[in-house]
Every structure is written in C-alpha cells, then in structure tokens.
Design a protein around this ligand. Sequence first.
Ligand code: 5GP
Length: 205
Amino acid sequence: MKLNERGLLVVISGPSGVGKGTVRRALFNMPNHDLVYSVSMTTRPPRPGEKDGVDYYFVSKETFSKRIKENKFLEWAEFVGNYYGTPRDKVEEQLDCGKEVVLEIEVEGALQVRKQMNDAVFIFLVPPGRKALYQRLINRGTEDQALIDARMKKADKEFMLAHKYDYIVVNDEVNNAADRIMAIIRAEHAKTERTIHNYMKMIGE
Ligand code: 5GP
C-alpha cells in the first residue's frame, strides 16, 4: 500500500563517464518498480544507436534557445559545448500521477533542481577512483582525446561537490550501484515526512 500521493523525483548525477546511463538502465531493468525516465533534450548529435525520443530529444540550438526563453526547462546546462535540459511539463505531470521520476543529469543541472525542488532525492554517482573514470572515458570510445581531457577537467571540479547531495553511491559494479539506488528510493519512500499526512488519515478511518 502506498502512503504517498505525489511521486518522488530522483536525481542521479555525477561526472561524465561514471556510468550514469548504464546504472540507470540496470535500475529500470529491475523488477517491481514504478520508475519513469525523464528523457532530456540536447543539441548534441546522436551517437550511433541512439534514438530520438528514447535516449534524448535531439534538437537544434535555435529550438533549445527558444525553449529556454519560454521557461520550458526545469533545469538546463551547457556541457562541453552542447546544451542539455529537462523538459519541465512532463516531470510535473508524472509526479502528479504518483510516478517516481528519474533524472540522469550533470552536476550543474542537479544543483539547479536542488534550488527548486528540495524534496527531491539527490544521488551522486562516483567512480571507484579518478583513474577508473579516465579509463572508462577512453574505453567508451565515443569522444576524441581533447573532449576526454575536457570532461576530466570538469570531473575534477565536480568531485568536490559531493557534499551537496543526499547520497553518494560508488559505481564499482553496475548491478551493485543499481541495487544501492533502488534501496535508497525505497527507503526515501517510507520517510515519515513523506508519509505522515496520509498515514494519519488512514489511521483515523
Ligand atoms: P552525454 O553527451 O554523455 O550523453 O551527456 C553529457 C552529460 O550531460 C552527462 O553527464 C549527462 O548525464 C548530462 N545530461 C543529460 N541530460 C541532461 C539534462 O537534461 N540536463 C543536464 N543538466 N545534464 C544532462
């Protein structure tokens, strides 16, 4: 039985290359959950295999700028030369329907969400070491050396922002990291401050 009416906003963030996408997919493959993924909008070109509307909404810089002006993003950020943003309407709609909405976004955007939605849960996904992150970016093979260096430089600054999050999860192994995130979501769900209102109603009936 669910004691929360409004869904939970779960923000998974962390340096680029830490494996946010892989961990998120493992999380969604777990049984018995009520999670929905918020598909972001980006101006970066699709990588091989990526699908519009599934991985991202791929748009031009003009379309993205127009949406910023119309206040259509819950948050947005420029990341190594491209723009990324979370469409506001869909997130609100799903939360109102009681869904758990998962955002997988970079650090600057996560901190913007923090300012607007303090009751969201903020999870910082980290690699098991700086070298491990560098190796992952190399192994991914989707960026050239200059972009990898830019992403590492950015990651070094982001590592220092861990204290702004509610939880730190180490991505030492994908399924372990996904398990830890699911445990956090389930525990957050049962938090007294989220459930007391409906609990009191239930008890009074
Ligand atoms: P990539 O180009 O590797 O897909 O993503 C680059 C970075 O942008 C990653 O850290 C990814 O999590 C982040 N990102 C993806 N979507 C969004 C979004 O809507 N907002 C923000 N702020 N970052 C995002």
